[in-house]
Design a protein around this ligand. Sequence first.
Ligand SMILES: *[C@@H]1O[C@H](CO)[C@@H](O)[C@H](O)[C@H]1NC(C)=O
Ligand SMILES: *[C@@H]1O[C@H](CO)[C@@H](O)[C@H](O)[C@H]1NC(C)=O
Ligand SMILES: *[C@@H]1O[C@H](CO)[C@@H](O)[C@H](O)[C@H]1NC(C)=O
Ligand SMILES: *[C@@H]1O[C@H](CO)[C@@H](O)[C@H](O)[C@H]1NC(C)=O
Ligand SMILES: *[C@@H]1O[C@H](CO)[C@@H](O)[C@H](O)[C@H]1NC(C)=O
Ligand SMILES: *[C@@H]1O[C@H](CO)[C@@H](O)[C@H](O)[C@H]1NC(C)=O
Ligand SMILES: *[C@@H]1O[C@H](CO)[C@@H](O)[C@H](O)[C@H]1NC(C)=O
Ligand SMILES: *[C@@H]1O[C@H](CO)[C@@H](O)[C@H](O)[C@H]1NC(C)=O
Ligand SMILES: *[C@@H]1O[C@H](CO)[C@@H](O)[C@H](O)[C@H]1NC(C)=O
Length: 427
Amino acid sequence: MEKTPFLLLFFTLLLLNSHPIHTLSPPISPTQPPSSAPSTTISSTLDPKQLRALQSLNLPTTKDPCSNHNAIHCDTSKPFRHLLSLRLINCSDDVSLSITALKSLSTLQDLQFIDCPAAPVTFPSELALNIKTFTCINSLRKLTGVWLSRLVNVTDLTVSDVPIKASGPVIILAHLKKVNKVVLSRSNLTGNLPGKSWNSNVSHIDLSGNHLKGKIHSSMTELENLVYLNLSSNQLTGELPTSIGDLIELRNLSVSSNSLSGPIPESLVSIPSLVSLDLSSNQFNGSIPKFLGDMKGLKYLNLEKNNFQGIMPFNASFIKRLVVFRIGDNANLCYNRTTLSSKVKLGISPCDKNGLPMSPPAKSSSGDDSGGGDDDDGDEDSTSEDATSQKGGGHHGPNKVVLGVAIALSSIVFLIIFLILLSRKCA
Ligand SMILES: *[C@@H]1O[C@H](CO)[C@@H](O)[C@H](O)[C@H]1NC(C)=O
Ligand SMILES: *[C@@H]1O[C@H](CO)[C@@H](O)[C@H](O)[C@H]1NC(C)=O
Ligand SMILES: *[C@@H]1O[C@H](CO)[C@@H](O)[C@H](O)[C@H]1NC(C)=O
Ligand SMILES: *[C@@H]1O[C@H](CO)[C@@H](O)[C@H](O)[C@H]1NC(C)=O
Ligand SMILES: *[C@@H]1O[C@H](CO)[C@@H](O)[C@H](O)[C@H]1NC(C)=O
Ligand SMILES: *[C@@H]1O[C@H](CO)[C@@H](O)[C@H](O)[C@H]1NC(C)=O
Ligand SMILES: *[C@@H]1O[C@H](CO)[C@@H](O)[C@H](O)[C@H]1NC(C)=O
Ligand SMILES: *[C@@H]1O[C@H](CO)[C@@H](O)[C@H](O)[C@H]1NC(C)=O
Ligand SMILES: *[C@@H]1O[C@H](CO)[C@@H](O)[C@H](O)[C@H]1NC(C)=O
């Protein structure tokens, strides 16, 4: 019994001691940079011409940029190192790219502009030919197809949120024979979606958020290394090529928000690695093929806002397995109430005996009115589920706080008792 106060005293002393240690630590850290600085001066430094070019771009060059900057990478050549990669982020408005600076930066293979509103200038050809990775996100104000087509050795091209003036993507792609990753998104690109003129080796295509017209040519399905295809938010028409299943490496496919029509091609079933399929906001019609339910890797399936019809073929265990499943706003689609409980909110009506939707959805904009008369059931279930999940999460949080407060209070009480006892003994 008498040991507890002593333990508590020991504990409080420990707590008090730990504070001075904390307050001591800040004065130690400022002494660390100077100790690491000498090591950087040992290795060879950046070519003075390139150093001046970096200074003209308002980049801090007080320390050796090659060893101190996460936006810069250099080679290891001697006596001077040369730049291999450079990333310009959040440039101030007055940053300007000069031909002289860019000429001396011609050793760059990787050049990135992110939120950098400098005016674009024509790259010296040596730089244009050297670049393998070019990224331009919300930067350089405005580009042209001709400007981009000069980067003939580029393997990884990302241009996003930058208007590109060109008669079509072909102007750019026809010149980039080595490109494996093409992102030209939200770039106001017009013209037709190219069928040929892709590097046959291309693995990643994102042309989303432009004004591209035309159809998806079956020749695109010859791109056997294609892993990612995003054509969402354009003005594409026609059907998905029946040979789309030839894209056997494909993992992510989005053609959402276009004017595509026709059925989901049967050949999709032969794409084993498909993870994400987004056909939403088009005019696709026909019945939804049952085989989609057998695609083991599928995690994301969005078929909403189309004209699909008939009985929705998926069961609850399939729907549960998906991370995202959307099927609402298909006026002629319904689900079988015998096989699928109305507790699963789908945004479509249950089927009648003839396999037709029982009542047209009252408010097409919200998925809440699914299931008509059974809606209450669903609501009850989901709210109770929510409540239990909240409870489940809450079990740890509040309990820990309560425990902490209890321990603190009891230690204070014990401490007071101990001090009283101590003062009596001393007295
Ligand atoms: C760029 O600037 C914005 C706001 O001015 C800031 O939130 C962001 O973290 C900056 N990004 C980088 C990479 O410095
Ligand atoms: C880039 O392409 C040009 C012509 O297409 C070629 O002569 C040159 O060797 C290439 N440069 C690199 C670094 O690959
Ligand atoms: C996008 O293109 C249209 C015409 O094609 C043009 O009127 C508009 O100004 C362009 N927008 C931007 C931001 O360049
Ligand atoms: C194809 O792509 C791979 C990597 O994605 C690359 O290593 C290879 O050189 C490319 N081949 C051609 C012919 O472009
Ligand atoms: C396709 O691009 C859009 C817009 O850029 C984006 O919101 C969407 O997540 C992308 N889809 C996939 C499957 O990555
Ligand atoms: C592909 O889709 C999956 C599932 O939605 C997603 O987690 C992943 O980020 C996507 N890949 C790319 C490159 O956007
Ligand atoms: C799908 O729509 C097209 C017209 O866009 C029509 O010709 C075709 O018959 C429709 N298919 C079905 C199964 O309704
Ligand atoms: C659900 O559907 C999948 C694919 O159609 C099937 O493999 C699975 O056995 C079904 N599960 C149940 C519980 O009916
Ligand atoms: C719904 O499923 C049940 C059980 O599988 C079946 O007997 C019934 O015919 C189906 N209803 C419709 C409209 O297809």
